[in-house]
Design a protein around this ligand. Structure first.
Ligand SMILES: *Cc1c(COP(=O)(O)O)cnc(C)c1O
Ligand SMILES: [Zn+2]
Length: 502
């Protein structure tokens, strides 16, 4: 719709203007740094940073119902820069001019309600929010749209040229980084570091297809991460891991979309998210806190972070109820089907620790919870979800298994409405489904397939047919007729079909 056709009251707000005073802020020593360069850790104390808008209070001058209208009417604008995460420009990038915005179709992923059958099985009302419907098929695109728009902004303003973007990845970060960097050819190139044989073939194909330089590194993700950190400290590269605060900022859009999809009513809402490097849960917490601060929502939803028993450092940290007694201990990860979250030493842990405390305080009671689930439960629930019309990846299965656990523990009640983050598309993790269907899991996964959830193709080849078609020898005439008839009969017999009354 054209601007002049919107109500006059919202017209001046529809196209966001460059505004705000954004700085990097150190979570540990609270030092602030200007954003004219890429910075990942505090030069003074080496802790992680977040982006803060020192001019945030200006956003409080706009009444909540005007904000609701701004976002709701923006949906109807046909301006590409505002069609993705920058619908919430004032909250995730007010200093980015719209001509620097890269939009590849990310964000505004559908929330799909589970059918009555599945809701009954789980004992809760819930939706999957399908992050696999982002352009590189995972939620990582939200953060990359932000990080690469910022890089483009620096390039446009002459502060940066010939960028080499680097990241370490459990698979999806590199797929996304390579895609967005490829869009910025020829000024931006990308190199990705992957733990050797610890990403799926689909995830490996993605950065290769986008033309990135792909390096396979021995060990697990945490080892690749150390190498990429050393690279970004010593050399002139742009780090695209979630250590980069611009990534976190873009991922906050996930919370804003959920708020908008529920018409800003967060009463009895629960968000469930898998935790790997803990960037996503950081962003989700931070997003809801900002919408609360601006009055756009009037309460905070519950948030449940889920980990596999094979990679559970965050869950373990919060097992200790007394905050002053908690101590973070990295864990040695074991093989996990939730491979994208198979991280023993999450980079964003300091962010999580701080934000969880703030969140619970603002909520007025404990509103963030953690769950751990078995590998078996992750696979069983992923397959069950997908047999009911979803496209959940293994991490999506992990959130559903987490919901089942949280329901048992009474964290989720009967009148809650739950949104599960299905962080990537099922197809990226088809290999685990195949291992399940063919009962080929190596013992360390500790997964025994449930027969009722297995599936396999059946070859139809009636024995009394002496000729069948082949690609270079199609059948004709009587042979074709007989082949079609006998094959249809064989299928009908297997399916126990009754004949039509004529
Ligand atoms: C990256 C990733 C995760 C983990 O997210 P963090 O931000 O690292 O906690 C979970 N699922 C998928 C599919 C991912 O790609
Ligand atoms: Zn510091």
């Amino acid at each position: 719709m054209k601007i002049e056709n919107f109500p006059e009251k919202v017209q001046p707000y529809l196209i966001p203007k460059v505004d705000g005073h954004v700085v990097y802020r150190c979570l540990e020593c609270e030092a602030e740094y200007d954003i004219s360069r890429l910075l990942y850790t505090c030069p003074a104390c080496q802790s992680v940073l977040l982006l803060t808008d020192l001019g945030f209070d200006r956003l409080n001058k706009i009444p909540p119902d005007t904000w609701h209208q701004i976002f709701d009417y923006r949906k109807m604008l046909n301006i590409p820069a505002l069609q993705g995460i920058y619908r919430y420009h004032e909250f995730i990038g007010p200093i980015i001019p719209l001509d620097a915005v890269i939009y590849l179709g990310e964000g505004h992923t559908p929330m799909v309600e589970a059918n009555p059958h599945l809701q009954q099985l789980v004992g809760a009302r819930f939706y999957f929010k399908n992050e696999g419907q982002n352009p590189s098929a995972s939620f990582k695109d939200r953060g990359m749209a932000s990080a690469l728009s910022y890089i483009k902004f620096l390039v446009n303003s002459g502060k940066l040229s010939d960028v080499l973007a680097v990241c370490a990845s459990t698979g999806d970060t590199s797929a996304s980084a390579a895609l967005y960097a490829a869009y910025l050819q020829p000024g931006v190139k990308s190199a990705v570091l992957l733990p050797h044989k610890k990403v799926t073939p689909q995830q490996l194909a993605q950065p290769l297809g986008s033309g990135a330089l792909v390096f396979e590194i021995p060990g697990v993700f945490d080892d690749s991460m150390k190498v990429v950190e050393a690279l970004s400290e010593e050399y002139n590269v742009a780090l695209l891991n979630s250590k980069n605060a611009w990534r976190i900022w873009g991922q906050e859009s996930y919370s804003y979309e959920i708020a908008q999809d529920f018409d800003y009513d967060m009463d009895h809402k629960v968000i469930v998210v898998p935790i790997g490097n803990a960037g996503n849960i950081t962003a989700i917490i931070s997003g809801f806190l900002k919408f609360l601060k601006a009055g756009i929502i009037d309460r905070l939803p519950k948030i449940i972070g889920v980990q596999s028993t094979h990679a559970n450092p965050v869950y373990r940290y919060y097992l200790e109820p007394k905050p002053e007694k908690r101590a973070f201990v990295p864990v040695k990860v074991r093989p996990s089907v939730a491979q994208a979250a198979m991280i023993g030493n999450p980079v964003s842990m300091p962010r999580v620790i701080q934000l969880v405390e703030t969140y619970n305080k603002k909520a007025g009671n404990q509103a963030i919870f953690f769950a751990e689930v078995k590998e078996q439960a992750i696979m069983d629930w992923q397959l069950t979800a997908n047999r009911n019309g979803h496209i959940a990846c293994t991490q999506g299965g992990e959130t559903l298994a987490g919901l089942v656990d949280a329901r048992k523990r009474g964290i989720v009640s009967e009148d809650d409405v739950v949104v599960l983050n299905a962080t990537a598309h099922a197809l990226k993790f088809a290999g685990f489904q195949e291992m399940y269907f063919e009962n080929r899991f190596p013992p360390e996964f500790e997964i025994v397939p449930n027969k009722a959830l297995q599936n396999a193709p059946r070859l139809v080849r009636p024995e009394d047919l002496n000729v069948v078609p082949t690609p270079d020898k199609p059948l004709k005439g009587k042979d074709l007729e007989r082949f079609v008839k006998r094959t249809a009969e064989a299928i009908a017999k297997e399916l126990n079909l009754s004949t039509r009354d004529s």
